[in-house]
Design a protein around this ligand. Structure first.
Ligand code: ATP
Length: 219
């Protein structure tokens, strides 16, 4: 990862892909500059936060001019390692897993699901989109051979920990965990946990208990 990223606060780093996507769209529509107000409206982050975020990138917007779109895009591309492909494996080709394989993050240049694994003989040795599905027995061998760095877990939660242990032993660097299971992992491995059921419940809770137009949760 680029050195610059190390100095950027995590909250800022999390917003980078959001900014990047919007700036790419601006660039393809031929725009060469953008104000923090326009950005703020588009990505729903307040403009003071945007200005602070961008100051970490060395992008100092000029009054009445805004930010140079090309400069920002070059910076983001480097910082987000857009030129370098990170290979991803998906484990558990159920309803959610199938949706990810079909989607396969085609709008990101730098991440691609290369392999999928399941134990269901109806799914093993088939393909979804371009992604071949292998038996879980082949996990370690394929992950190492293909230099897979990231895994998406969409298996039933009872299997999440055993599979995680096998992934760790295969030198995986990060896991995107869609199961409700809390995983035990070495500190050197990054796990992001997305529990869709909890997210939905929390959204409904906020909907019921907090009036609208209060400040949105931004992180
Ligand atoms: P479906 O309707 O296809 O079963 P689902 O998302 O409701 O989808 P789950 O029971 O959550 O099904 O299982 C998700 C996927 O994980 C299934 O394709 C299942 O075959 C697979 N699976 C179950 N156990 C394992 C395991 N130990 N390793 C890998 N994949 C597994």
């Amino acid at each position: 990862m680029a050195n610059e990223t190390m100095k950027i606060p995590q909250a800022t780093a999390k917003r980078l892909p959001l900014y990047y996507r919007f700036l790419k769209n601006l660039h393809s529509s031929g725009k060469q500059r953008v104000s923090s107000a326009e950005l703020s409206e588009a990505v729903k982050v307040d403009s003071a936060t945007i200005r602070r975020d961008f100051s970490y990138f060395g992008a100092l917007g000029k009054k009445g001019y805004g930010y140079n779109v090309n400069y920002l895009l070059t910076f983001f591309r480097k910082t987000l390692d857009q030129d370098e492909l990170t290979k991803v494996a998906l484990i558990g080709v159920g309803n959610l897993g199938t949706a990810f394989l079909n989607y396969n993050f085609y709008k990101n240049n730098n991440t691609r699901i290369e392999l999928a694994f399941d134990v269901d003989s109806d799914k093993v040795d088939t393909k979804i989109g371009d992604v071949p599905i292998f038996h879980l027995d082949d996990l370690e061998e394929k992950v190492v051979a293909e230099n897979i760095q990231v895994a998406i877990l969409t298996v039933p939660s009872v299997h999440a920990q055993t599979i995680t242990d096998r992934l760790v032993a295969s030198n995986i660097k990060a896991i995107l965990n869609f199961t409700p299971a809390r995983l035990n992992i070495p500190a050197s491995i990054r796990v992001h946990h997305i529990d869709l059921a909890v997210e939905l419940q929390s959204l409904v809770y906020f909907l019921k208990h907090y009036p609208m137009n209060q400040e949105n949760e931004s992180e």
